[in-house]
Design a protein around this ligand. Structure first.
Ligand code: HEC
Length: 150
């Protein structure tokens, strides 16, 4: 057998093999009383935008697309969700101290302003997560007001 055929077979077996490795699912039906949207009075357009753009990685509930069941995609998602939630979990907003809230709001503003969040690979797939210039302006203005009110 030619070397490239062997290589192809090995790769194929590996690709099938990794499908059986389980990943944790980040899913919950409960919206806790500590959720950002429960603690604050958030205007609907801003609520909708943050839910669509940020909640998949920064809350306890991810809307999983079909391809997230396929490896290695599921690993990447799991990694992003774990790291994202560690930095910021909108579901646990009410538990944060005022100091932590202020610093997170500052960070949210700069992440959105500089197109750092949602992360690039996510924006490629989730077109509804992209911020238009208008949306950026509206969300940043509102978050700034919230920060100043703390
Ligand atoms: C695909 C997953 C994903 C999405 C969607 C996402 N984030 Fe993140 N976010 C991460 C990860 C991973 C980190 C931690 C590593 C990093 O900073 O890149 C993070 C970190 C952060 C941080 C902390 C950064 C710091 O250095 O202080 C903030 C604030 C943040 N995200 C805000 C947002 C906001 C606001 C949105 C929506 C507009 C959003 N993220 C959407 C994955 C995501």
């Amino acid at each position: 057998m030619k070397w490239y055929k062997k290589t192809a077979i090995v790769l194929l077996v590996a690709l099938v093999g990794i499908q059986f490795i389980p990943t944790a699912r980040n899913q919950s039906d409960v919206v806790p009383a500590t959720d950002f949207m429960m603690v604050n009075e958030v205007p609907k357009p801003i609520n909708d935008k943050l839910q669509a753009s940020c909640y998949d990685c920064h809350s306890n509930n991810t809307r999983y697309p079909w391809y997230s069941s396929i490896q290695p995609g599921a690993w990447f998602m799991e990694m992003h969700i774990n790291n994202g939630k560690e930095e910021l979990n909108f579901n646990e907003w009410g538990k944060y101290s005022n100091r932590k809230k202020t610093s997170k709001l500052k960070s949210i503003i700069s992440q959105i302003r500089d197109d750092e969040m949602p992360i690039m690979s996510y924006r490629l797939i989730h077109k509804d997560a992209i911020f238009s210039e208008d949306e950026k302006k509206t969300v940043i203005e509102w978050v700034t007001k919230l920060k100043e009110s703390l």
